[in-house]
Write a protein that binds this ligand. Structure first.
Ligand code: C2E
Ligand code: MG
Ligand code: MG
Length: 435
């Protein structure tokens, strides 16, 4: 009974309860002996993928091997435990200095990377490690666990297969995120968001074919906050779903209004985040919004980034088809920044490719960027897709795009993102067409 209560049944390692117990003891003993304790948090990179592809038995076998290898990397007085899933923790006692922790971390990374045989398959796993040191970082168990978790998160952010030590800075960053989360919730209920619209020009006719809706946050103290600073937090906290619905709804309402004011059939492009893209309810949100705002579906473009499509292709096709079923168009944003192959692209139900700003930026100075851009345009046309270039700032860039038969362009050369009022004015100024 006691064994069951204190040890993990799959690996035989200490479980969370025993681990916390040992951590408490180690902190006390380090105090008495004036030594240090290191706490490691480990998380296998992409364990979920292996588990999903090879099945749970293979997943269990993999965890067992990892457990054995971790145990082999530490001394008898240290503790390895499994908290659950693919999360392991290690407690290193009596450290002379923090360099010893670095040595162990490097050793673990190396040992884990040896191929693991699972039945017929051989897999290679890597891990990320977060490290915190007691008493340097804290002498409180909960705080140390939190520190190690933050450090692990940072290690993952830095591209996996690495280790990271806790620093006070990570704590400050985490607190800031928490703060932004609270503020974002407040922003939604108190109307602090608005949309700007950036015109997209048809290069053949010079007319505005559509506008891209870009969100802005008017923070009561910080002023205008660009999306780059809050979309990721909104995504992490799930708030993006409500914010995304707000964006979609307002973009449709205002575009419908613009169509009526100008008598022109303008489209609107709305950006989706990853979380929205995979939301099973997305299709209904889009069709309900179209219905309630009265915007005809053919005037809505949904922008998904290339990186969102780097998942299981069948799943991606299903998701895209669900969007298509609403009658709206699909654009692949930031195209060229990911690594989708052309054969992959051919199978996706998309309408427009948006060439990433990175490639446009160095035209006409960078020959290879020019070649990539013209190749993307040619391939897209072969696949019957339209192409838009974003971040067009100069006449040279526009001319290059026109010569290469790019369909649309968007960028400061034509217009910055505009408020709804300025956008309306933009439509009524005659000299715009000569831009
Ligand atoms: P994006 O969709 O690729 O949007 C284009 C970004 O390039 C916009 O930045 C725009 O202001 C900027 N831009 C436009 N023309 C030029 C130019 O000529 N030169 C340069 N250097 N930049 C130009 P913004 O508005 O800060 O948006 C950044 C990103 O935030 C967007 O990239 C998009 O991924 C995301 N985003 C914006 N609005 C929303 C939204 O409503 N929902 C979601 N999920 N994401 C959004
Ligand atoms: Mg976009
Ligand atoms: Mg883009």
């Amino acid at each position: 009974m006691e064994h069951l209560a204190l040890y993990d049944s799959l690996t035989g390692l200490a479980n969370r309860r025993l681990f916390i117990d040992r951590l408490n003891q180690s902190i006390q003993s380090a105090k008495r002996h004036n030594s240090k304790v290191a706490l490691f948090f480990l998380d296998l990179d992409q364990f979920k993928r292996i588990n999903d592809t090879l099945g749970h038995d293979a997943g269990d076998a993999l965890l067992l091997t990892v457990a054995e290898r971790l145990q082999s990397c530490v001394r008898a007085q240290d503790t390895v435990s499994r908290l659950g899933g693919d999360e392991f923790t290690i407690l290193l006692n009596d450290l002379g200095d923090t360099n010893a922790a670095t040595t162990v971390a490097k050793h673990i990374l190396r040992v884990l990377k040896e191929p693991i045989k699972l039945d017929k398959h051989e897999v290679i796993v890597s891990t990320s490690i977060g490290i915190t040191i007691s008493p340097d970082d804290s002498v409180d168990t909960d705080t140390l666990m939190k520190n190690a978790d933050l450090a692990l998160y940072r290690a993952k952010e830095q591209g996996r297969d690495g280790y990271h030590f806790f620093t006070e800075e990570l704590n400050i960053k985490a607190l800031r995120l928490l703060n932004i989360e609270q503020e974002l919730r407040h922003a939604l209920s108190s109307d602090e968001f608005n949309l700007l619209y950036q015109p997209q020009i048809n290069l053949k006719t010079g007319e505005i074919s559509s506008v891209e809706a870009l969100i802005r946050w008017h923070h009561p103290v910080r002023g205008e906050v660009p999306p780059g600073e809050f979309i990721a937090v909104a995504e992490e906290t799930g708030l993006i779903v409500s914010i995304g619905e707000w964006v979609l709804r307002n973009a449709c309402i205002q575009t419908k209004m613009l169509q009526e004011l100008t008598g022109q059939k303008i489209r609107v492009a709305v950006n989706l985040s990853t979380r929205q893209f995979t939301d099973p309810n997305l299709e209904h949100v889009i069709s309900d919004t179209l219905k309630s705002t009265g915007l005809d579906a053919k005037y809505l473009e949904i922008e998904v980034t290339e990186s969102m499509l780097m998942d299981d292709i069948q799943k991606v096709i299903l998701q895209l088809n669900r969007i298509k079923a609403t009658g709206s168009m699909i654009t692949i944003d930031d195209f060229g920044s990911g690594y989708s192959s052309l054969s992959y692209l051919k199978r996706l139900p998309v309408d427009i490719l948006k060439v990433d700003r990175e490639f446009v930026r160095d035209i006409p100075d960078d020959l290879s960027d020019m070649e990539i851009t013209s190749a993307v345009i040619a391939v897209a046309h072969k696949l019957n897709l339209k192409v838009i270039a974003e971040g067009v700032e100069t006449i040279d860039q526009r001319d290059f795009l026109m010569i290469n038969k790019c369909d649309y362009a968007q960028g400061y050369l034509f217009s910055k993102p505009l408020s709804f009022e300025d956008l309306y004015r933009f439509f009524t100024v005659p000299e715009r067409k000569t831009a």
